[in-house]
Design a protein around this ligand. Sequence first.
Ligand code: FAD
Length: 497
Amino acid sequence: MSKYDIVIIGSGLGGLTCAATLSKEGYHVCLLEKNTIPGGCFQSFRRNGRLLDTGIHYVGSLDEGEILRQYFSYFGIWDRLQVRRLDEEAFDLVNYQGKEYPYAMGHELFIKRLSDLFPGEKEAIRRYTELLKRVGETISVDQLKKGHFTQGSLDHFSVSAWETIASVTQNPALRQVLSSPALLYGGDQATSTFYHHAMITDSYLRGAYRFTDGSMQVVDALIDQIRRQGGTVLTGAKATRLLLQGDKINAVEINHSERLEADYVISSLHPSVTMQMVDKTPLIRKAYLSRLSHLPNTYGLLSVYLIQKKGTTPYQNSNLFLHEKEDVWYTTKHPEDRRIHSVLITMQPSASDPEHTDVISILSPMYIGELTPWLDTTPEKRGDAYLGYKEQKAEEVLAFVGNYYPEIRDNIERIYITTPLSYRDYTGIPDGSAYGIMKNYNQPMTTVIPNRTRINNLYLTGQNLNVHGALGVTLTSMLTCGELVGTEYLAKKIAKG
Ligand SMILES: Cc1cc2nc3c(=O)[nH]c(=O)nc-3n(C[C@H](O)[C@H](O)[C@H](O)COP(=O)(O)OP(=O)(O)OC[C@H]3O[C@@H](n4cnc5c(N)ncnc54)[C@H](O)[C@@H]3O)c2cc1C
């Protein structure tokens, strides 16, 4: 039986950043991934000779001095990454009921460009931007310098995203334009927290970037660092059981056979999935397990990848949101609303041909309930009816986008489609949720999951705990690693770079 200081389960960004940090801090770590290719939602996959990103289209806070760049520098990967800064004047273009509104980078430019279109609302937009900034400051490099990863964030968890937006302006169109990022956190008008809305929106104002030739480069760079620092990364290694001895986990079983001994275990999986792997113990009550597995998850995403004929499609350095309905929020009140009415369109930059894109990705919310006939199927074996349904959905998406951009079909070589079922089976996330457990401002203490568990050598991390996305998951990893190595020590060390 191999013996490690720390076994980390799941090689998405959560597991990778924990492994990179803890191996750097001198621990003997082993990172386990059930799939043959690591990376989880950071993985890129090849189709028709093109690289397609699974779950990362753009990331924020990468400008000089901003927090995600600081973390990537600490991991030793920043200099290796090929990134492209999005258009400063409009990293996002929000098309709300036929009119375009730019989201410009930098707080002042953001205020200026939106105020140009809502001249009477300049003060409201400034007030809103100040609120965003205040949330961003709770997780900034200045906080690291003081020995914190986050300070004062919880206050914003118990505040509603929608009510905050509605409180700054009475203008109906502006309210909806400011709500557009809800698509980036599975926003629900009735429950979403202002913290999630603001942290994500503010991070893009602090430097919105795409990964040139895919996000897999982040995975490769982190794995190189982990191995260089003496860590082990095992793929095709599914954690199947966490074995208890007394009140501690002493080993992780992989693939129902081999066992790895560990002093500590960190799991980046959905907490209910992790807890179901633990041997029966009075430390984990049935009621707790049931509560975890009944927490609502965010909706999933339908991703339609349009592979473009080489050299035909000019690369656009902005994302495009199309919102057809008066209300941009998808809501759990109508989970069966299957009509496409909001999409996000992104383009992948390529190093070999910066002027053109190979892949256009179109994302639209999709509830797993829409896929009920195929819930019991596995990848590649879902049958013709599923393939037909996916094609029908792709056609609906193209028809929807075609209302705004008739040329969308001009250069398509092939179309690939993924649904929440693909994510459920590929990453193991319940319901194929895009962003994990849905946070509820009315119940911040029950929907935000602590890193510590009642088993004192088992820790949790990953997108389900706190905040999802490149920044949210990295921050959560640091909170988890801080439990082991000391928060103040680690935060101050990262601040030094
Ligand atoms: C379609 C889509 C688009 C997105 N776009 C963006 C974006 O543009 N920007 C952004 O910042 N965020 C985006 N996100 C969110 C972001 O990708 C995720 O929040 C983040 O990557 C999640 O990281 P994670 O490590 O928590 O989980 P995951 O990436 O899901 O990793 C979990 C890993 O654990 C593995 N695993 C599962 N069970 C086991 C087991 N038993 N044993 C071993 N391994 C196991 C899985 O295979 C997987 O590799 C998007 C998400 C989706 C779905």
